[in-house]
Design a protein around this ligand. Structure first.
Ligand code: ATP
Ligand code: MG
Length: 357
């Protein structure tokens, strides 16, 4: 077995973020032992707590400090009294941009034995076949700073916000989605709204279709965002890979995570597919101050994110073993409270580590 080693930047962050990152790091260590992979973890206190004490989420040379790391594992940032815009613009967006993390990846699966709105609607304990991935464009599109307010306070007041889509921006995220689908079930659904948004969305459709031509083995379907949202609720097993712009992808990924069950399970990756810069993996949930410090946090969102990190680094088999171990625990009834069990964060992590060893 060839031994490989990685340097991982850990940013536990605030609230339950700091409670779920250590379990995820422990799971990486354990799976690493079995596969000849070693991890060096460097921990950074970048957070809203730091902002409160030092006036900045991270030091000014923060980006350069972790530029050479192989990946970043983030817990969650956010705290009462600190506006979301501070954590977003003071940490998350600078990292995404500096490290060209132009793909936001959100896998969606419904695990057996986990309550979700779908199982409730069907009065079932399992829902088969829900296994899809949302590929969200992560750096351009609707979330631009171009625009402004005019005639403030007057009857003629206006606000204008400009969405910016570029050919390379659309083409590289579409390329990633098609590549991913080729290794899965070979289907890409592209989210559009070309009937209402008449400049950017037809352009999006055009570039996505061009990329599709280079991938004859993958089928492309474009669906309007409204119909697509409804279908995620009514027919979630129909999807394989969904590719969407920044705004549409943002909305669809929260919808899909809610449909799949607890927000405590959902993982995400901010990827630099070329691996020129570190990619960043984080659970979808926030700092959840209401349950912080009480051993109630479900660590699966962070653990699954760590598994995505392994897959990104080229260790798919090890990543799959982590998910299989989680699935087996769920089936055995070992779950945290948010998904209908009684285990605390510590107990769940202990049981998972036992299963991996
Ligand atoms: P933030 O301000 O950082 O976004 P938040 O209060 O919005 O934090 P979220 O993480 O978005 O919290 O979650 C909303 C609720 O879902 C939480 O208040 C919590 O009760 C529950 N929750 C979130 N994550 C988990 C988890 N990992 N385990 C258990 N429950 C969770
Ligand atoms: Mg929140």
């Amino acid at each position: 077995m060839t031994r490989v080693g990685y340097r991982i930047a850990l940013i536990p962050g605030d609230g339950i973020g700091a409670e779920v990152v250590p379990p995820a790091a422990a799971v990486l260590q354990a799976i690493g032992h079995r596969h000849g992979i070693t991890f060096d973890f460097d921990e950074f206190d970048w957070s809203c707590q730091r902002y409160v004490h030092e006036g900045a989420m991270m030091p000014t040379d923060g980006i350069d400090t972790i530029r050479g790391h192989d990946a970043i594992l983030l817990g969650a940032v956010g705290w009462q009294g600190v506006p979301d815009s501070i954590s977003l613009w003071g940490l998350l967006i600078p990292l995404r941009r500096a490290f060209h993390q132009y793909v936001n990846l959100r896998p969606i699966m419904v695990f057996d034995g986990v309550r979700s709105p779908l199982t409730a609607a069907k009065d079932a304990t399992r829902v088969d076949g829900v296994d899809f991935v949302i590929v969200r464009e992560n750096v351009e599109g609707e979330y631009s700073e171009i625009g402004g307010r005019m005639n403030r306070g007057l009857a003629s007041e206006q606000a204008i916000q400009t969405a910016v889509f570029t050919r390379p921006g659309i083409s590289r995220v579409a390329e990633y989605a098609f590549g991913l689908a080729a290794g899965r079930r070979g289907r890409v659904t592209s989210a559009t709204k070309s009937n209402g948004i008449v400049h950017t969305m037809p352009f999006w459709d055009e570039v996505v279709s061009e990329v599709a031509e280079d991938h004859p083995g993958v089928a492309l379907r474009s669906e309007h965002i409204d119909a697509l949202a409804a279908k995620i609720v009514l027919e979630p097993a129909a999807f394989d890979v969904i590719v969407a712009s920044n705004l549409f992808g943002d909305v669809l990924s929260d919808l899909a995570a809610a449909v799949a069950g607890s927000i405590g399970i959902a993982p995400s990756g901010n990827l630099n597919p070329e691996r020129e810069f570190p990619s960043m993996f984080e659970p979808v949930h926030g700092s959840a101050p209401d349950i912080a410090g009480r051993d109630l946090a479900n660590p699966v969102g962070a653990i699954w994110s760590a598994a995505m990190m392994l897959e990104h680094l080229g260790h798919r088999e090890a990543a799959t073993e982590i998910l299989d171990a989680v699935r087996a625990l769920f089936v055995d009834g070992i779950r945290t409270r948010d998904i209908g069990g009684s285990a605390g964060t510590a107990e769940f992590t202990r049981e998972l580590l036992k299963r991996i060893d």
